[in-house]
Design a protein around this ligand. Structure first.
Ligand code: CS2
Ligand code: MN
Length: 357
């Protein structure tokens, strides 16, 4: 298992590589290139320059989060073949730079959605929260505007400003699409790309939908154990795997996250784990919390133990944290609470290791 930390290059992060290096037990970062428009090739030289910067700070760059999928691929438009070719070129360039694992998602139109990026909780910190009734029925472009106004100037991957004007039209497009067509488009992508994943020994780790239920009438597909089984069955390569995001899947109280980990990690299909905790207000509302089990509804000990018992040897990172101690950072992505999360997870892992001897 390797513990890593998400990091955005080019000054698009309040957290520095020097700070990340000083978090005990962190060996590398999950890096990205959000300044490259989705669908364009990531050039070898740019990737190598980013890797050099990361390596010069004593950290590894084995994971990319994310290489996003162009909307035309998700829609199944004729232009997808050229875009998939670009994707494969990017995979090759990343492989040449030593990258081993790519996190991506197949969420239509947008990445995760929240109604509030800075909701105060009892301890005086702020967290991201989701109130279903506040979001559904609203114009997503207006939601995007309000998210950007709370993002302190940092990028919000999946909510790129240039895509906002197109959002409503895209949503209408998907509402007309039978969900099986959407699955066909996933399969088409996997059939095209997985041979190269095998050739370049690149692990593909799809991130579940966040939240894991329908919003804006969009198809949501990676939401529970059944849908993950279906997804993995589309392509049987062991490199066709998951980013097991506990907060995303755990937002639905019917999802037994430790048992999902036991099933999929023991098959070698979990390549990357995002660990965070949430507090649910059923049926559809939740807010994010500190990582500690006592702070939320997820049992982080059982989650870490399930990974450990399954022989998990992929990457783990803390996911969203609270904003604490007056920090000003990208919502969910401050240094302090995620660093606390790292140490807690590593403590649980060490206990699992020692008890299993
Ligand atoms: C992340 C996702 O910030 C987050 O919630 O877990 O945005 C994740 O990076 C993407 O969905 C992966 O493609
Ligand atoms: Mn996640």
């Amino acid at each position: 298992m390797k513990m890593i930390f998400r990091w955005f290059p080019n000054g698009d992060d309040s957290v520095t590589l020097d700070q990340i290096r000083q978090i005990p037990g962190v060996s590398g970062v999950a890096a990205c290139m959000p300044h490259i428009p989705v669908g364009e090739v990531w050039q070898q030289d740019d990737i190598l320059a980013m890797r050099r910067e990361i390596n010069d700070h004593g950290l590894e760059m084995e994971v990319i989060e994310s290489v996003n999928i162009h909307e035309d691929i998700k829609k199944g438009l004729p232009s997808r073949d050229r875009l998939i070719e670009n994707y494969i070129t990017t995979v090759r360039n990343l492989h040449n730079a030593g990258v081993r694992c790519i996190c991506y998602n197949f969420m239509p139109v947008m990445d995760w959605a929240r109604s509030d990026l800075a909701r105060p909780i009892e301890d005086g910190s702020t967290v991201m929260s989701y109130h279903h009734a506040d979001l559904d029925g609203l114009d997503p472009a207006a939601i995007g505007d309000s998210m950007h106004s709370e993002a302190r100037g940092f990028s919000l991957p999946g909510w790129e400003r240039e895509r906002m004007p197109q959002m409503s039209a895209d949503i209408c497009f998907y509402r007309e699409m039978p969900v099986e067509c959407y699955w066909d488009n996933i399969r088409y992508f996997l059939d095209a790309v997985m041979p190269y994943a095998d050739m370049y020994d690149m692990k593909f780790a799809i991130h579940p939908d966040d939240p894991p239920w329908q919003l804006f009438g969009l198809p949501k597909v990676i939401t529970n154990a059944d849908s993950i089984r279906k997804f993995l069955g589309l392509n049987n390569s062991s490199r066709n795997g998951l980013t097991l995001c506990t907060g995303s899947l755990g937002a639905n109280g019917d999802n037994d996250v430790p048992s999902m980990i036991r099933e999929f990690a023991s098959q070698g299909r979990v390549h990357f784990a995002h660990l965070r905790n949430i507090k649910r207000t059923p049926p559809r509302d939740f807010h994010e919390t500190a990582h500690l089990s006592a702070c939320g509804d997820l049992d982080m000990f059982e989650i870490v133990r399930a990974l450990h018992d399954s022989g998990f040897d992929g990457y783990i990172r803390p996911d969203h944290g609270r904003m604490i101690w007056g920090e000003q950072a990208r919502p969910g992505y401050g240094l302090y609470d995620r660093a606390l999360g790292v140490e807690y997870i590593l403590g649980l892992w060490e206990a699992c290791e020692k008890f299993s001897r």
